[in-house]
Write a protein that binds this ligand. Structure first.
Ligand code: NAD
Length: 497
């Protein structure tokens, strides 16, 4: 245990409590190695208590009128606005992304809180005519119960807000397990909800590992809803373990997102879009552009400009305004990223720049990887197929539009996609044919807005979406209501013949 490091706790039923085992883990700044706090290594017992608290709170929370629930979310959004700078600084310290991007992460939570608060006065259902006289029909959204929310570290405020704001406005209560790399931000998130006036037990926080806290939440019989964002591997396990309980499971998993650059593209714009999408958050976004699919007529020109742009990127602590690319999240990530550089070289790809751990000066204290670009990559190589989740991207040469689409679609994932072209016909064909939940035209693969559905096709998920109206479809169930005011028994499908 590091001397002088603050100890944090779980939040269960409105009380801040440690783990029964007394065991803790540390959160560490990936740029400096400094310990930021100690957190309880919780287990099934803490999950069980948190679920019991959420179940009890659900009895009254589901009956609070949605516009009243919304007032708390508006208050939460306002607190995020007030504390945006402070939260962004903590975020840069805890997981490394540069300060403007950390501010963007908090802004996304602000936007989502206000958006979902607005839903408090909508949550629209339908009214529709009956096939019988003197009968009224409508459908209403109903809450479901306790939602288990399991999140990754790469958007440590934004992703919890996507899930928790939608869960709450819909009338559900929550047990939240943040990633072990970002427990401090998870704690601040829940503290602010309490400050905004959320009743005790409506959102409970349990820190700890996926194996002990996550799995218990996934299997707990009183948690009918699970919203999970993370790797494909863990997501599949979540779905398998939840299946015998017939839970509603929402999975947002990995990506291997491609940017297509056609022969008529504005290359300066494309380079800017690629650099931002591939190296923002050190490439640790689910929507990161980890493949660039380039028409052969502009391949050489693009490669040259891209290498120059990537070599201009400055690595460093994300709090330094001069820094473009911060550290990766931890040592294991650093090793995994470097192992993919070796794989790429073994596969015969050409390393154009980067490809090494950066350890000069202050960088030696943290987990820094040099922005890495491979050229002459084949679509089937592992570096073009598997999620590296680091500052590495690959260039793939193609002959024409059809091949570009084939290569873009030739992966197991289907999250984000993009095409740079000036030709409106091609742009619309790409929108139609790219197998992905998100397609950008003349922009990189990142830049989602909170009022549109977010999520992916194929192995990126299981058909649900975050954000926008689509999120409500996961966090509510439909009830169809028939009110017969005829005074006699009318039998649908029989009495209307
Ligand atoms: P991860 O799968 O290792 O962990 C995600 C969460 O699951 C963490 O809270 C972890 O503790 C928990 N967990 C681990 N094992 C578990 C288990 N057996 N049961 C239940 N929970 C368990 O992912 P990560 O490294 O935190 O995040 C990176 C991954 O997340 C990447 O694959 C990335 O693409 C993906 N991601 C996807 C989206 C999206 O919206 N599609 C967004 C961000 C990140």
């Amino acid at each position: 245990m590091a001397v002088g490091v603050k100890t944090y706790r779980n939040s269960i039923g409105g009380e801040w409590v440690g783990a029964a085992s007394g065991e803790t883990f540390e959160s560490v700044n990936p740029a400096t190695g400094e310990a930021l706090g100690e957190f309880p290594s919780s287990g099934p017992a803490e999950v069980d208590r948190a679920v019991a608290a959420a179940k009890e709170a659900y009895r009254s929370w589901r009956l609070v009128p949605a516009p009243k629930r919304a007032e708390i979310l508006y208050g939460f959004g306002r607190l995020l606005v007030e504390r945006k700078q402070e939260l962004a600084e903590v975020m840069t310290g805890e997981m490394g992304k540069v300060l403007p991007e950390a501010g963007g992460d908090v802004q996304e939570a602000i936007d989502m809180s206000f958006y979902m608060a607005g839903e408090g006065r909508r949550l629209f259902g339908q009214t529709t005519p009956s096939e019988l006289p003197d009968k009224f029909c409508m459908s209403v959204r109903t809450p479901i119960g306790v939602a288990g929310i399991i999140t990754p570290w790469n958007f440590p405020i934004a992703i919890p807000s996507w899930k928790i704001a939608a869960a709450l406005i819909s009338g559900n209560t929550v047990v939240f397990k943040p990633a072990k790399d970002t427990p401090l931000l998870g704690t601040l998130f829940v503290e602010l909800l309490a400050e905004a006036g959320l009743p005790a037990g409506v959102v409970n926080l349990v820190h700890g590992s996926g194996g002990s806290v996550g799995e218990r939440l996934v299997e707990h019989p009183d948690v009918p809803l699970l919203s999970f964002t993370g790797s494909r591997e863990v997501g599949t396990r979540v779905a398998e373990r939840a299946a015998p309980h017939l839970k509603h499971v929402h999975l947002e998993l990995g990506g291997k997102n491609g940017i297509i650059v056609m022969d008529d593209a504005d290359l300066d714009l494309a380079v800017e879009g690629i650099v931002w999408s591939a190296f923002g958050t050190s490439g640790q976004r689910c929507t990161a552009a980890s493949r660039v699919i380039v028409h052969e007529q502009v391949y050489d020109a693009l490669e040259k400009r891209l290498v120059a742009a990537v070599e201009r990127l400055r690595l460093g602590n994300g709090l330094d305004p001069e820094t473009d690319v911060g550290p990766v999240v931890n040592l294991a990530a650093l090793e995994k990223i470097h192992s993919y550089t070796r794989i790429g070289l073994d596969e015969g790809a050409r390393l154009l720049t980067g490809g090494e751990v950066a350890s000069e000066g202050e960088l030696a204290r943290g987990c820094f990887y040099r922005p890495t670009l491979f050229g002459e990559v084949e679509g089937g190589m592992r570096i073009a197929q598997e999620e590296i989740f680091g500052p590495t991207t690959v260039l793939i040469r193609v002959r024409d539009f059809d091949e570009a689409i084939r290569v873009a679609n030739g992966i197991e994932f289907g999250l984000s996609s993009s095409i740079f072209t000036q030709d409106v016909n091609r742009a619309f064909r790409a929108v139609r044919d790219l197998e992905a939940g998100i397609t950008y035209v003349n922009a990189g693969t990142i830049g989602a807005e909170v009022h549109l559905p977010f999520g992916g096709t194929k192995a990126t998920g299981n058909g649900h979406r975050e954000a926008g109206q689509a999120a409500l479809d996961f966090f509510t169930e439909w009830k169809s209501v028939y009110v017969d005011y005829s005074g006699r028994l009318q039998r649908a499908q029989i009495d209307n013949q």
